[in-house]
Write a protein that binds this ligand. Structure first.
Ligand code: NDP
Length: 308
């Protein structure tokens, strides 16, 4: 079963679902998990310098024995690193991963806080990313956790970001504000939907969603859970085999035009994730029902400390 792909603004193709080495695998020996994911059919592997397990990711790739040309490998610049660190840190990542280039290199998070003149600007950081792309060390370059303001700050650069990887799930699209703290938090972070829209309309940046299963796994029992089972049942009948609520949620993410970045320690779930591409499309009404259920709460689960 081959993974569907999405075309990026630089002409390359990115597999529509990725297996990540952050969250549950953060800082851990992920060799076996990666070998299992690749041997099960994942080709897109999402790593990061900050996950502190790139060498294990490299070991997993070697253990799986799949040709490099059949894999799509992502790493991310560690938050806090400056323009001057971009190339050296990427070369270090390539050594750990055991490859000559990554398919996609992302700025993990935009610079925040007071910036010393010697640290350079966000534009300097992006220009350093453009330089490693030109050198062929990264086939595509992009960003992660960038707000509309961050994207605007690098707009007009020679190369627009190919991808913006953000927290994207039904609770992270705009909904009503409940209190001042929530409103302030949203003001700082911004909601996912305008970020996706701005990126798409300005340079054709493709969104990638992490934390996509959050309503099910991090806020179980919430309003989104209730609308998923009847949709799963209808899709299961149409497909001729059971469809799970997690597959419906991943399908919702795909309908928002985003790459799905997920992970699992379990073989059955890895298979389930990959089989999501066979699940029929949701109807406009079903997508709306999930949007509406998500909009009744607003929750984010990642990077809060960094952004608040
Ligand atoms: P998901 O929201 O897809 O959640 C995946 C997790 O949910 C797994 O740990 C899995 O556990 C569990 N799970 C899946 N289905 C179920 C279920 N039905 N019931 C209970 N548990 C379930 O992805 P993550 O948020 O974990 O992130 C995926 C990847 O995204 C990370 O590894 C990382 O690569 C990237 N990421 C990037 C960030 C960034 O700042 N750019 C931030 C966060 C993540 P199990 O092992 O039991 O299957």
């Amino acid at each position: 079963m081959s993974t569907p792909t999405v075309k990026l603004n630089d002409g390359s193709e990115i597999p529509a679902i990725a297996f990540g080495t952050g969250t549950a695998l953060f800082g851990k020996d992920c060799t076996d998990a990666i070998r299992l994911a690749i041997n099960s059919g994942f080709t897109h592997l999402d790593g990061a310098q900050a996950y502190n397990n790139e060498a294990f990711l490299g070991d997993g790739i070697k253990a799986a024995g799949k040709p490099r040309s059949e894999l799509y490998l992502v790493t991310k610049l560690k938050p806090g690193l400056k323009a001057a660190d971009v190339k050296t840190s990427l070369v270090d990542s390539l050594q750990k991963l055991g490859v000559d280039f990554v398919d996609l290199f992302l700025i993990h998070a935009p610079p925040r806080g007071p910036v010393k003149p010697e640290d350079g600007t966000i534009q300097d950081l992006w220009h350093a990313m453009e330089a490693v792309h030109t050198e062929g060390l990264a086939k595509s370059i992009g960003v992660s956790n960038f707000t509309v303001e961050d994207l605007k700050a690098i707009a007009g650069s020679k190369i627009p970001p190919a991808v913006n990887q953000i927290e994207l799930h039904p609770f992270a699209v705009p909904g009503p504000f409940y209190d001042m703290a929530e409103m302030l938090y949203r003001y700082i972070w911004k909601a996912a939907e305008p970020i996706v829209k701005y990126g798409r309309e300005n340079g054709g940046t493709v969104p990638a969603s992490y934390g996509g299963l959050s309503p099910l796994v991090r806020a179980a029992g919430g309003p989104v859970d209730e609308v998923l089972p009847p949709i799963a049942e209808r899709l299961g009948k149409a497909l001729g085999k059971p469809v799970t609520p997690a597959q419906v949620l991943s399908k919702w993410v795909s309908h928002k035009g985003a790459i799905v970045v997920t992970t699992s320690s379990k073989e059955a779930r890895i298979k389930e994730y990959l089989e999501t591409s066979q699940v029929p499309d949701l109807t406009a009404e079903e997508i709306q029902a999930i949007d509406d259920a998500g909009a009744t709460q607003h929750k984010r689960f990642f990077m809060k400390q960094y952004f608040e």
